[in-house]
Design a binder for this molecule. Structure first.
Ligand code: NOJ
Ligand code: CA
Length: 548
């Protein structure tokens, strides 16, 4: 079934789109209670359309005690009352689709909230009863020993004792997030019904939260089990059988090779985040050397035509660094987390702009790469205006503060009394809403926001960015990152200087002899390419997009 508003003749839309990630709660409060809501988001769709993005990814908006900001779902088929009603959601969907904006929502399939009726029934049911079997129970904490703990900052075990059940239950995240038991076919059935519910409301895709952990087996580390892939294949078959043009986006925080497995044989996910690339982009910047990026791109498996990487710089979580070498990690901490409280256990809990000390050139360089490397770019709300963070707030709340619309009260986010906001707006003298806000940047042609709009528009004109091949170049000067994006009709040369000094690089462009590079961001022609090395000089953090 195709859904209203958008045609699905192009089932590869996810390769050409640009995604904007947001939390409904953080975006715009329409009724003055201090909490963003669906009517508010609907009012702000013009802004998103003007920005040029073509898909939204909504963080969890379901009923929830919000122990993990909604990743602890208490009802899979409803909207948290603070964010509006199902009718509000439907009106939002219609308005988004009418503007050509697709909507990706969260399928938090691995776990529920401990407040979910399934868990409340399970803990009261007798061992062996069908209701009990929705979750994973044990009489000892010794089962599945050797499984890593993910939220090591707060949890000391993946088991928690439930006095009502008289047993331990399994959880990979907070203790308030019991894992569902996918060894029980009824659980998968229930999840397919959840999918059906949202797909029938027109949702265009699901972000599959924590997808490697669905199944458990003794003697393993309980990630990436073949059983889990089998579940995923059933979910995909269900999606393809009943719907058209809808997608899965996999959240797998592992190596490129392990992530690759989640595309299956074209029978699992359409997209997966490129997690390992993220810290390497920041590493290249502080080392003033492209190698960490080029090494990672070399290790990244090529994908068949209908698969796609999802690229991002920052998101609603802290930046993961666990896949780096110890020395690289220390280098990142030095550069980007000078205060201990900027870390969440080992991860860096900061937004993009403050990470790079508010340096416009560095932000623009990172976005130039995000928009031109192979994959679909994801913007995190607020980063398009260079919003700051609030490290005083706990956990990851510091990067989830209200969107800064204007210099008015509460950043124009809400009419509520300031102390009633779900989180304080950023107020420091550098990133505070009086300085950093949408309204002022809409008036200033030199603003980050308007630069983003221009770059997004430019990318959207050339399908090669979303679908084309990439060839890396290796100029001798390691501060220069250079690559060619090409398809049957277009060839683009991207050259970036990841250092703080002007740099000269010599590129081997012999394969393109006779062609003339033309600047895409500005008017301007370069000398024609000859048989010898092609020399280019770039200012600090400069990135040129050249069309050959
Ligand atoms: C990944 C989400 O991005 C994160 O915010 C959440 O805490 C965990 N999954 C658990 O659902
Ligand atoms: Ca509200």
């Amino acid at each position: 079934m195709a859904h209203p508003g958008l045609t699905h003749s192009d089932t590869l839309w996810y390769k050409d789109t640009i995604i904007y990630e947001l939390h409904v709660r953080a975006f715009y409060d329409s009724n003055g209670d201090g909490i963003g809501d669906f009517p508010g988001l609907t009012q702000k769709l013009d802004y998103l359309q003007d920005l040029g993005i073509t898909a939204l990814w909504l963080l969890p908006f379901y009923p929830s005690p919000l122990r993990d900001d909604g990743y602890d779902v208490a009802d899979y088929q409803n909207v948290h009352p603070a964010y509006g009603t199902l009718d509000d959601f439907q009106r939002f969907m219609q308005a988004a689709h009418a503007r050509g904006l697709r909507v990706i929502t969260e399928l938090v399939a691995n776990h529920t909230s401990d407040q979910h009726p399934w868990f409340q029934a399970a803990r009261r049911a007798k061992p062996g009863a069908p209701a009990r079997d929705f979750y994973v129970w044990s009489d000892t904490e010794q089962r599945y020993a050797g499984t890593p703990i993910i939220f090591r900052d707060v949890e000391t075990s993946n088991w928690t004792w439930d006095p009502v059940a008289g047993a331990y239950y399994w959880h990979r995240f907070f203790a308030q997030q019991p894992d569902l038991n996918y060894a029980n076919p009824r659980v998968l059935d229930a999840m397919l019904q959840t999918m059906r519910f949202w797909l029938d409301l027109g949702v265009d895709g699901f972000r599959l939260d924590a997808i490697p952990y669905l199944c458990e087996r003794e003697g393993t580390n309980n990630a990436n089990l073949p059983e889990t892939h089998a579940i995923l294949k059933v979910m995909r078959r269900f999606l393809d059988q009943h719907y058209e043009g809808r997608i899965f986006l996999a959240e797998v925080t592992q190596t490129p090779a392990d992530i690759r497995a989640y595309f299956g044989e074209g029978d699992e996910c359409h997209m997966a985040y490129h997690f390992p690339l993220v810290p390497r982009l920041f590493l290249a910047l502080c080392q003033e050397d492209r190698t960490s990026i080029t090494d990672m791109l070399q290790q990244t498996p090529a994908l068949p035509d209908d698969y796609q990487w999802a690229l991002f710089l920052r998101n609603h979580d802290a930046m993961g660094v666990k896949m780096l070498m110890e020395a690289e990690r220390q280098r990142l901490y030095q550069a980007y987390a000078p205060e201990p409280r900027m870390l969440l256990h080992t991860e860096i809990r900061r937004r993009l702009a403050p990470l790079v000390h508010g340096h416009l050139g560095r932000i623009q360089l990172l976005y130039s790469l995000l928009l031109s490397l192979p994959g679909t770019p994801i913007f995190y709300y607020g980063d398009e205006i260079g919003m700051g963070d609030n490290v005083v707030l706990e956990d990851r709340a510091g990067v989830r503060t209200p969107m800064q619309w204007s210099g008015d009260r509460n950043a124009g986010f809400s009419q509520a009394d300031s102390q009633r906001l779900y989180a304080p707006v950023i107020m420091d003298p550098v990133y505070g809403y009086q300085v950093i806000n949408v309204e002022s940047q809409e008036r200033d042609p030199a603003s980050l926001l308007q630069w983003m709009q221009r770059m997004i528009a430019l990318r959207q004109q050339h399908q090669v960015f979303g679908r084309g091949e990439m060839t890396l170049l290796y100029p001798r000067n390691h501060t220069i990152l250079a690559y060619i994006r090409h398809d049957a009709t277009e060839t683009m040369l991207i050259v970036a200087n990841v250092s703080s000094q002007p740099q000269r690089g010599e590129l081997d462009l012999a394969a393109y002899t006779g062609l003339i590079p033309r600047e895409m961001c500005r008017e301007g022609e370069f000398p024609a390419i000859g048989a010898g090395p092609y020399g280019l000089t770039l200012g600090p953090y400069a990135c040129s997009w050249l069309r050959l």
